[in-house]
Ligand binder design. Sequence first.
Ligand code: AMP
Ligand code: GLY
Length: 423
Amino acid sequence: MKILIVGGGGREHAIAASVARSQKADKIYCAPGNAGIAQIAECVPIGPMEFDKIVSFAREKEIDLTIVAMDDPLVGGLVDELEAAGLRAFGPRKNAAVLEGSKAFSKELMKKYHIPTADYATFDSAEEALAYLESADFPIVLKADGLALGKGVLICQNLQEAKEGVRTIMLDKQFGNAGNRLVIEEFLTGREVSVLSFVDGKTIRPMTSAQDHKRAGDGDTGLNTGGMGTFSPSPFYTKEVDEFCKKHIYQATVDAMAAENREFKGIIFFGLMLTEKGPRVLEYNVRFGDPEAQVVLPRMKNDIIEVMEACMDGRLDTIDLQFEDNAAVCVVLASEGYPVKYEKGYVIKGLEKFEGQDSYFCFHAGTKQTSEGIVTNGGRVLGVTAKGKDLKEARKNAYTAAGWVFFDHKYMRHDIGKAIDEA
Ligand code: AMP
Ligand code: GLY
């Protein structure tokens, strides 16, 4: 088969690596890809929102399967456009991708179908939101309705902060049209866990659990980022939690989408908070997480193309999804100053150490090939993943491998997976 992957970060590199292991893949393309992906796929300079160019390319090259890995093109309807052109695509259609594209939609869905989540209210005007806050409890959470590069969530400690937040989102439009509507939500406490799953419209197969580290600094300090590292599985995702989620959350979400005539095929990523009262859904994403994919996919035993085809054909019930009985940790190597201000263009050394390894992976996020070699080209530069027989060993291995790579202004957290010591 000829496969096209849409995207160009660490997640797409992890997907490409899984696709490269598939018996079914003969040729892999990636749009736009990056310097790491270019080692296993042919990268084409087409952006993820250039739908016409993607469709033309897929037609011209007779692509058998396009994997749309990113939120923006999914929410924008790339899968619909590919299908309209008679092409096969993996990912939800536009009417189902709204599960991530609109927080107001997802909250309403959960309320209607009794899926456990934080209490909330939705507002179309700043005036009403400000009035509501006068009698609210704090801390409180403000969420811009639409996609905001993972930055549209503000946790506000008091009334003044919350009022400023409403102005930032709804009046100053810091996140653009994503802030036309606002969800105001109860603040939950507990441990966060990510569970990704394959969905075929009716059946859902959850993958092994993972945990992200969103803050830039050690000890969960500093600004929110796209993710500074992950580990899998989460020792806090117990059998009891799994049973609760299977009973009240996973299938319920798939059934709710079907009942709304928004049949969901693709990946649902459940962002869960394990509260004292039980698991609650914090958010849905309609794609693999980044960097969650970088610890989950290397542990998957199945042929990823077989699973994806089963999703598209509605026969996921025939798939026995299996993961290795081990653990993986991913440490993100970033450019100093990320997520605010950082420099690019520094030569990366040590990448050859990963060649021929099967328990160590160096997924590229922001890298570029130049005449001087591979250079840094983004805030998150690389995701260094290592496996181990358990989380402790995986963590040790990941930090050893993180030391194999050098570039100027390299920055990483030193406590990825430290939480496992408390388990
Ligand atoms: P989201 O984009 O909805 O995942 O939100 C980003 C982050 O904000 C989450 O990973 C949580 O750490 C935090 N968050 C979101 N909603 C809540 C909530 N209701 N209570 C506490 N923290 C939250
Ligand atoms: N790591 C969180 C996300 O991909 O949204």
